[in-house]
Every structure is written in C-alpha cells, then in structure tokens.
Design a protein around this ligand. Structure first.
Ligand SMILES: Nc1ncnc2c(CN3C[C@H](CSc4cnccn4)[C@@H](O)C3)c[nH]c12
Length: 230
C-alpha cells in the first residue's frame, strides 16, 4: 500500500523550503497546528511544524500519525553541534536519540532514563540507508550519530560538553527524541535529519540567527530528495 509520508519541523523556517515543492496543497488546522497536505512526485505528503520543544513536537508527531494517517515520518531542521567534526551547514542524521534533560538520577537511574523507557531510541535503518544513497549520489557529506534532545536552547560550552560526554551525542536540539518516542511507540518508521546552525556555545544565539534559514534549507532540500526513493 502506498505510504503517506509526514515531513515535520519545529519552526516555520524549517518547513518553509518544503511548502512550495508540494502540489495540490490543502491546509487544515488541528490542535493549534497547521497541516499542509499535498503531493510530491506522486507521493502523498503531510507537512507541519510543531512549534519549539518536546511537548509541542510530541503533539504534532502524534497528530501526523493518528489524525492524518501518516505511516512514515521524516524530521527536517537545524541543530547545535557538539562534535568538533560538525561545522555550520553540515548534515547529521540520527542513529539514536536521547533526552538530556530527563533526570530521575535521585532514584539511581542513569540520565535520560525512566522505567519502561530507554535512554537512546534507535531510528529506522532503511531510511538511514536511503539517506546515505542520496548523499552518495549528490556527493554530500553526511554524519551519523546520536542526537540529544532537551527543552533548552544550549548556549554554554560546559552544558554542551556534559551532554556530549553523558550521552555520547554528536548534536543537540529540542524535538527529535519526542518524535522518536511517538514513532517507536506507534511502530512508525522515522528519520531525523538536522543541519548545523550553531555550536551550542557562547556564540550560539548569534550563529543561530545568522544560519537558521540557510541550514534549514540544506536539511529540507536533502529530506525532500529522499522522498522519491521511499
Ligand atoms: N544550540 C541549540 N540548542 C538547542 N536546540 C537547538 C537547535 C534546534 N532547534 C532550533 C530552535 C531553537 S530555540 C529558539 C527560540 N526562539 C527563536 C529561535 N529558536 C528549537 O526548535 C530547537 C539549533 N541550535 C540549538
């Protein structure tokens, strides 16, 4: 049965590059979110941005699946770099995602863990392999690694280093692990791609403002080029 593909971002800027690529677009508002339904190269697509943070991302990912019937979810957006190998504009795909601000260590649990949960949620291998195929065809560099999610814009090297060491994470953002929890709980294959907008250090705010638009486009252009292979 043909797939209905969700493409999600957190900010308007992260989905803007996608909207003018869709044909036959209809929009609907549900639970304080706007959903853009359309087609791309004959495939059914639903695009939405959640608004910032884990709670909003959880709501939108759930709606894309439960309300709009999407059976596969691609996330496109920007991220702060933890790894020195990641420069602004570089692409990273998540092989796993964790929540760096989830903390019940007072009960002896590791950071990012709650009972019946898991610290690092793996993403779909098939979708990662499609991304690698596209990257090879386009001659693009693609980093694969753990992405850490938390409800804070990180602009502090100490916090960034702690997240990197604690979770072996290569990049950080504020929504991916929520999408991972929703999709893995509902058995929906998912893929998280981010382009680096900053280095989550004292310059993060300035760099983010300067590179949000270009990095968001880098990620969105890559993600839409995966659709043909899905
Ligand atoms: N250093 C970083 N730390 C945490 N997350 C990120 C991201 C990824 N996105 C961008 C945006 C920042 S908050 C926001 C709030 N107001 C305006 C714009 N962005 C949020 O959706 C997470 C890029 N760099 C990050």
């Amino acid at each position: 049965m043909p797939k209905k593909i969700a493409i999600m971002g957190a900010m308007p800027e992260e989905i803007a590059p996608l909207l003018d690529k869709l044909d036959n677009v209809t929009t609907s508002v549900y639970a304080c979110n706007t959903y853009y339904e359309g087609t791309y190269r004959g495939k059914e697509i639903v695009v939405a941005y959640s608004k910032i943070g884990k709670v909003f991302a959880t709501l939108t990912a759930t709606m894309l699946i439960e309300k709009f019937g999407c059976d596969l979810l691609l996330f496109s957006g920007v991220a702060g770099a933890i790894s020195d190998e990641l420069a602004i504009g570089d692409l990273i795909i998540a092989d796993g995602l964790c929540q760096h601000d989830l903390d019940i260590t007072a009960f002896g649990h590791p950071h990012g863990y709650v009972p019946e949960g898991e610290v690092c949620i793996p993403t779909d291998v098939t979708l990662r392999n499609i991304a690698k195929e596209v990257a090879n065809e386009k001659g693009l560099k693609l980093k694969e690694g753990i992405i850490a999610t938390g409800d804070q814009f990180v602009a502090n090297s100490e916090r960034k280093e702690w997240i990197g060491e604690t979770f072996k994470a290569h990049a950080l953002e504020m929504e991916g692990a929520s999408v991972a929890v929703v999709c893995s709980s509902m058995g929906v294959p998912f893929f998280i791609m981010r382009a680096i907008s900053d280095s989550a250090d004292m310059d993060a705010g300035f760099d983010f403002d300067a590179f949000l638009e270009s990095s968001a486009k880098t990620s969105a252009d890559f993600v839409i080029s995966m659709v043909e292979k899905i």
